[in-house]
Design a protein around this ligand. Structure first.
Ligand SMILES: [Zn+2]
Length: 158
């Protein structure tokens, strides 16, 4: 009871067991391509927590990613509580692409809004452009600050 191995294996358990290297490589690759795959990121109200979502799916379908606790609400990660990937080390959690790719995605998002700000600043005499530029700058600065704060919290927790 309780400690019995769950059969049949989930797809992830099977992939991890049969070809761990390419399984992990695929996660890394997907992590690096989040932005290209249409993912976006924004800070949430909660400390150290970011909402990673796809624009086509909307905010509601997004995942809450916390780089300090190493948690994410996606199925890949939460499934591991019930179906550990490493049966020799069931407490081990393999980070999902959202966790692994978070820093890079934030850099992309910040760069995107900096670009928009730069464009809007080309028209300093246009009141609307100026307001938009200020809005973009507030957006990327808040995201960048949330990341810096999360990394400081992570260092304190280490
Ligand atoms: Zn995830």
């Amino acid at each position: 009871m309780g400690t019995r191995t769950v059969y049949p294996d989930t797809n992830c358990q099977y992939a991890y067991k049969t070809d761990r290297a390419s399984f992990l490589r695929r996660i890394q690759l997907k992590a690096e391509e989040l932005w290209m795959d249409g993912y976006r990121v924004r800070p949430m109200g909660e400390a150290n927590t970011f909402l990673v979502y796809r624009e086509v799916e909307g905010l509601e379908a997004g995942y809450k990613v916390n780089p300090v606790t190493g948690t994410c609400t996606c199925k890949f990660l939460t499934d591991q509580y019930q179906y550990p990937l490493d049966l020799a080390d069931p407490g081990k959690i393999i980070p999902c692409k959202h966790l692994k790719g978070l820093k890079r995605l934030i850099d992309e998002e910040v760069g995107y809004f900096k670009g928009l700000e730069h464009q809007a600043r080309q028209h300093p005499h246009n009141e609307g452009s100026r307001r938009r530029a200020d809005g973009y700058s507030v957006t990327w600065a808040a995201l960048q600050l949330a990341w810096v704060e999360a990394m400081a919290a992570k260092r304190r927790a280490a």
